[in-house]
Design a protein around this ligand. Structure first.
Ligand code: C5P
Length: 232
């Protein structure tokens, strides 16, 4: 799998997004479009960013009945995104439906990855709100294996889980890891962080980096620093 840095474009309008992307004149970084930007601007933002030559991870975390997810994935696939995701908690049947919907008539499809337990969920909230009593690390690994068995390509996970996911699911099973900060940077609201160099060391395939790049005084320099540390 190609190692790459994905910039989280967490902006609330097309205008702010393009003002940011216009700074990149030589390279066209891989970008993540999340719920905020997609719900603000709709499919046109995806088409325009694609037209400008960027790869796109559409981070909408689908979770519904298998038939609905299959049909929604078919629509997203036509937007020609490179990567998208869903919640593994939606079950094997939902993940299989998603893969079917995503697959284009020529057999190609975007990379499909699963969210296991959100990193905002802890042991206590999982037990109390979901009545799941197993240790959260085992739940994350179980969801990763379920996603693999359903035919998915990988998972979004904490950089701290990436090594274990690779040892349980194989090194070709993709790990996409947010929570990345420079050694001399502000960690903000992230709790468990790694530097791009550490993420490389533990074998992450893609790192998702937002504010350390989007809020940097020189975003292009920050992006290049990330790429140099992570891809090397
Ligand atoms: O600005 P920052 O680098 O913290 O952005 C990280 C990005 O990754 C955000 O878009 C955030 O929603 C996303 N993300 C995360 N932790 C997860 C899943 C997604 O930070 N467990």
């Amino acid at each position: 799998m190609g190692k790459d840095v994905i910039i989280a474009c967490d902006f609330d309008s097309a205008e702010k997004t393009f003002a940011f992307l216009d700074k990149f004149t030589d390279v066209k970084p891989f970008v993540k479009i999340g719920m905020e930007l997609y719900y603000a601007e709709g499919p046109s933002i995806v088409k325009e960013i694609k037209r400008r030559g960027h790869k796109i991870f559409l981070d909408l975390k689908l979770h519904d009945i298998p038939n609905t997810v299959k049909k929604a994935m078919a629509v997203l696939s036509r937007l020609d995104v490179d990567m998208t995701n869903l919640h593994a908690a939606g079950t094997t049947r939902m993940m299989e439906g998603a893969l079917e919907g995503l697959t284009r008539p020529d057999g190609t499809r975007p990379i499909l990855i699963a969210v296991t337990q959100l990193t905002s969920t802890d042991q206590e909230s999982m037990e109390k709100d979901m009545l799941i009593k197993e240790p959260i690390a085992d739940v994350v690994m179980h969801y990763a294996l379920t996603a693999k068995n359903a035919g998915l390509d990988g998972v979004v996970c904490s950089p701290l889980e990436a090594e274990k996911v690779h040892s349980s699911c194989g090194k070709d099973f993709v790990t996409v890891t947010p929570g990345v900060r420079f050694a001399d940077g502000d960690i903000g609201d992230q709790k468990r962080v790694m530097t791009p160099a550490q993420a490389k060391e533990i074998g992450s395939d893609y790192i998702v980096v937002g504010r350390p790049i989007t809020a940097a005084p020189d975003p292009v320099a920050a992006y290049n620093r990330c790429v140099n540390e992570f891809v090397g």
